[in-house]
Design a protein around this ligand. Structure first.
Ligand code: FAD
Length: 316
């Protein structure tokens, strides 16, 4: 049977959560499309392929020095190799920096249609329907792919990661790589040290609505401490130096899934939401009733945060 293939993402020998999210999606939607779920792992050896096999029944391992470090050329060629060798119809990649980098190139290489930044996939009448946010999260659109083959990049956090189960099969796939035009000389961490907000159960996050560094420090940090959680912020807060980079939530920051996420003075831009929509309970405080954060908030308070926060503090 033809395959629906997810491309595993990994760094420093560890799988990213996005890999387990894609495994869940592939297992859920493949049957409706008449496909079998499978994964491909591109790495220097097959150790991670064995790890991925705990989440999906079939794994294709391309173990080659050409993909020991991530490059768009290497990954696109590896995708093409697996698609041609294993009768793959659909490819799911994470909508991450790397995924965005190689998805279109891979689609070109296999003559596939592509839909990017998808946050929901469904099968209707045997057709794959993709939902994605547009206009900064104010609207959603649905698209279906009409080409024989397709590549979809899926937003991080859109689905829960699947739990490990019985081990699946790992099959080696040999790919003859052509020219790879980039060479990774060094991978430099963007932030060294810093707090790991991804482990926090409660996060109090502030946005540009905090106005300045002093108000951020006087409002967000005491509330976080009183609740026994961590404090965080949207990108403007980090760009303005109100707190350290390791506390940025969002597409170019951390993805967090706390039990409680308090979003104070944050508009809810899609790049921020990408990093926190997996929180179990989201409480948003914003003066603007039309702020997009209210579309995903469990509880929304339309008010001035500088009036709401002292009220909360007084009651804790
Ligand atoms: P704003 O959008 O300015 O919103 C401030 C909000 O505060 C407004 O809704 C306003 O109504 C409200 N407000 C003002 N005063 C008060 C008050 N007194 N009480 C209550 N509410 C008040 N952003 C991220 O956060 N994380 C990312 O990782 C990230 N990555 C990005 C990557 C790319 C490639 C790009 C292009 C952008 C990225 N961004 C990211 C930026 C993102 O697009 C938004 O610009 C950003 O999230 C907006 O931050 P904000 O909500 O704090 O500010």
């Amino acid at each position: 049977m033809a395959k629906l293939l997810i491309i595993a993402e990994h760094r420093d020998g560890k799988l990213s959560v996005a890999t387990m999210e894609l495994c869940r999606i592939a297992k859920e939607i493949a049957p409706g499309l008449g496909l079998e779920p499978a994964a491909a792992v591109f790495s220097k050896d097959d150790s991670l392929a064995k790890e991925v096999a705990k989440y999906i029944p079939e794994v294709f391992a391309v173990s080659d020095a050409a993909v020991a470090a991530y490059t768009a050329d290497g990954y696109a060629q590896a995708v093409k190799g697996v698609v041609e060798a294993k009768d793959v119809k659909g490819v799911l990649v994470p909508h991450t920096y790397d995924g965005v980098d190689y998805a279109a190139k891979a689609a070109m290489a296999i003559s596939a249609g592509i839909v990017s930044n998808v946050n929901k996939l469904a099968v209707e009448g045997g057709k794959l329907i993709c939902t994605r946010n547009i206009y900064n999260g104010k609207l959603q659109e649905t698209k279906s792919v009409t080409t024989d083959k397709f590549v979809i990049s899926v937003e991080k956090g859109a689905y829960d990661p699947i739990e490990a189960g019985a081990a699946g099969n790992v099959t080696a796939v040999s790919v003859s790589f052509g020219t790879i035009r980039t060479k990774v000389k060094e991978v430099i961490a963007t932030s060294t040290g810093g707090v790991d907000i991804t482990a926090a159960k409660i996060i109090v996050s502030g946005g540009r609505g905090l106005k300045d560094a002093d108000k951020y420090k006087d409002t967000i940090i005491p509330l976080a401490q009183k609740l026994g959680g961590e404090y965080a912020g949207s990108r403007p807060v980090i760009d303005s130096g109100w707190t350290e980079a390791s506390r940025q939530v969002g597409q170019s920051g951390k993805t967090v899934t706390p039990d409680l996420y308090l979003a104070l003075g944050i508009s809810g831009a899609v790049q921020h939401v990408a990093g926190m929509k997996g929180a179990k309970c989201i409480v948003a405080v914003n003066k603007d009733p039309e702020a997009p954060i209210f579309n995903i908030a469990t509880y929304g308070i339309v008010a001035d945060l500088f009036e709401v926060v002292p009220g909360i503090m007084a009651n804790l």
